[in-house]
Design a protein. Structure first.
Length: 631
């Protein structure tokens, strides 16, 4: 039950569960009720205004507290919730969603009204005279029970009635326009009506009326001159195949080339792209390439009008992509790529850093105390390997979902990730409010959280521990040669290399350590998998050659085997540090020479070296008594 629902009195159903008042309205409640009384005189084309009126009426009747007012309270509460749905006409199979989602629940959705409530809503839909209410009730009933074809057609007719009412100024959109039908209410009503029309009969009279409205409003949008409604209604015409696509494309092209005073360059680009799509459907390649060229040049003009290097590089990248596949534009693409490189050089100047102080004194003292309690070097080194643990990936996901819920704006927009030269190396899509299923948004959130965790571990725990160890003991290659010779993670023919890498790590030569140890990780993963009975090779049937799978292929194709061998937490940790984007992608950056001189001294790099050391030492902890290090 949502926060709002909890305000209503409830009664137990036959199974002892609680039914909110807005689901308890019956046919008997509504049959003799003038249920449109609360919205009498309401001329809004927005269902939310109807919901507000019904909510007030339901509150009033509930407060009366007598038996005579109870049926009206139940009916008005039901209608208040049905009219409160979030309208999403672009989603044909889920056109209504909750208006509000919170930690404690959500507001109503159509699925809440399955079963007996549909009969009550259907009765109201057949009797309703307000076209906004009738459209919502009829649409909801048809959505829940597709066999109610009559209500589907009634919904289409009611949506057409909304458009007619707006055009006649009997109904008002939220925003005043010189031509009232060029607004969101008209756009959404027609799109939903045509979507239903495809299911209930495209040639029915009420559907034909909606198609005629689209053509008429499309022509009025051209005369009005605002490119936004032009895009809305031309796109709708094209989506539902109402007019010939070549005619639509030609009209858009004529509209755009006849004037150059558009205030919004972004919608101009979208109109050119819509024309491209129309010409593509019409199989007119010349027209398609002509409009793609125009779209690309509009993007270049937008880039040249920005003082921001980051924004300019974004639009230039879009322009280059727009030119892809257009014949005869190779030289222009090359020219734009050169311009892009020059512009990107200025991105670094726009990127500003910020710091947030964290007091790590307690962490440092705990680490030094913990290591100080160990007298022998072997115990100190094994304790160093146990200073941290790889986080549970399920908990990382849960924490990311919680963070998005608490701070939705942080993941609402997509993100571009740049390297130190300003090049875009990764892009992610944004997530909606309470969007727990958007993989990109969740990965970005996990990457942020993990970046902070690794930095705190590296600076507050691992680095003080390393310095403590080096201050107490003498360590060289022989130390690790003896320590690691019994580790199944270290192949015998790589023992000297691992030993040299860890010696450099403990000496503080992080550059040498990172470049030595990172390539070793891939081979050791294959080594352990082979010892576990897995085939880590691929066979090329054509060339008849066999090759070892790379670390990327291992994680793509053998993730279950890795998790069975190393556990989900360690497998995810390796992926987050060395491979996945967004993230430090240390393996990829190191292999391709993209690390700069400062990179090996970052928290991510120090953590990466420690993680490899931990992988080497985990199997040794149980055999500590059999290891004798040289002194």
């Amino acid at each position: 039950m949502t926060e709002r629902e909890a305000e209503w009195s409830v009664a137990p159903d036959g199974e002892g569960t609680q039914i909110p008042i807005w689901l308890r309205a019956t046919l008997e409640d509504i049959c003799d009720l003038e249920f449109e009384g609360p919205i009498e005189g309401c001329n809004s084309a927005d269902c939310c205004d109807l919901s507000t009126a019904y909510r007030k009426a339901a509150d009033l009747h509930e407060k009366l507290g007598n038996e005579a007012a109870a049926p009206a309270a139940r009916v008005f509460a039901m209608l208040a919730d049905v009219t409160s749905f979030h309208f999403k006409p672009n989603e044909k199979n889920a056109p209504f969603g909750p208006m509000m989602v919170s930690e404690s629940g959500r507001s109503a959705i159509p699925a809440d009204f399955r079963g007996q409530p549909v009969e009550t809503l259907a009765n109201a839909a057949l009797r309703a005279s307000n076209p906004v209410l009738k459209a919502r009730l009829s649409d909801t009933c048809w959505l829940l029970e597709r066999k109610r074809q009559g209500l589907g057609r009634a919904a289409v007719e009611a949506y057409a009635g909304i458009v007619e009412g707006i055009d006649a100024r009997r109904l008002k959109d939220r925003l005043e326009r010189s031509d009232p039908v060029l607004g969101l209410a008209t756009r959404d009503a027609l799109r939903r009506a045509l979507t239903i029309g495809r299911a209930v009969g495209w040639n029915n009279d009420e559907v034909a009326t909606c198609r005629d409205w689209v053509i008429a409003i499309r022509e009025r949008a051209l005369k009005d001159g605002n490119p936004v409604p032009v895009h809305w209604f031309f796109e709708m015409d094209l989506d539902f195949n109402i007019s010939a696509p070549e005619d639509l494309a030609a009209e858009i092209e004529q509209f755009l080339t006849s004037r150059n005073d558009f205030a919004n360059p972004h919608i101009v680009v979208e109109l050119w792209r819509l024309a491209v799509r129309a010409y593509h459907i019409a199989k007119d390649d010349n027209g398609k390439y002509r409009c793609r060229t125009a779209a690309a040049e509009a993007l270049v003009t937008e880039a040249e009008g920005h003082n921001s290097a980051m924004l300019a590089s974004h639009w230039l990248s879009q322009a280059i992509a727009e030119y892809h596949g257009v014949p005869g534009k190779r030289d222009r693409r090359t020219e734009l790529r050169h311009k892009l490189v020059n512009v990107q050089s200025g991105i670094a100047e726009e990127m500003s850093s910020f710091s947030y102080p964290i007091d790590l004194k307690d962490a440092v003292e705990r680490t030094e105390k913990l290591l100080g309690e160990q007298q022998e070097l072997i115990d100190v080194l094994l304790m160093f390997a146990r200073l941290g643990r790889s986080p549970d990936p399920d908990k990382l996901m849960a924490d990311a979902i919680k963070s998005i819920r608490e701070h939705p704006l942080s993941s609402l927009f997509g993100a571009s990730f740049h390297d130190h030269e300003g090049k875009v190396i990764h892009k992610t899509e944004g997530g909606g409010f309470q969007d727990n299923n958007n993989g990109d948004a969740l990965r970005v959130q996990i990457s942020r959280q993990e970046g902070i965790r690794r930095h705190v571990y590296a600076i507050g725990t691992m680095e003080p521990a390393r310095q403590h160890i080096m201050g107490r003991f003498y360590i060289n290659d022989d130390t690790f040669h003896v320590l690691l010779q019994g580790s199944p993670f270290v192949p015998s023919d790589r023992l000297a290399t691992f030993s040299r890498g860890f010696t450099r790590f403990f000496e503080g030569d992080f550059a040498s350590a990172l470049y030595i140890l990172t390539p070793m990780l891939e081979n050791s993963l294959r080594h352990v998998l082979k010892m576990s009975g897995n085939d880590v090779t691929s066979f090329d049937d054509a060339q008849q050659v066999q090759e070892d799978r790379s670390i990327s292929v291992l994680f793509d194709q053998m993730r279950p085997e890795l998790e069975a061998t190393f556990g989900k937490a360690i497998t995810a940790d390796i992926d987050n540090v060395f491979l996945s984007k967004p993230g430090p992608t240390i393996r990829h950056a190191l292999s391709h020479g993209r690390l700069n001189d400062d990179s090996p001294f970052s928290g991510d790099a120090i953590y990466a070296c420690w993680l490899i050391f931990r992988l080497c030492c985990i199997p040794l902890i149980a055999h500590r008594g059999q290891i004798r290090l040289p002194t």
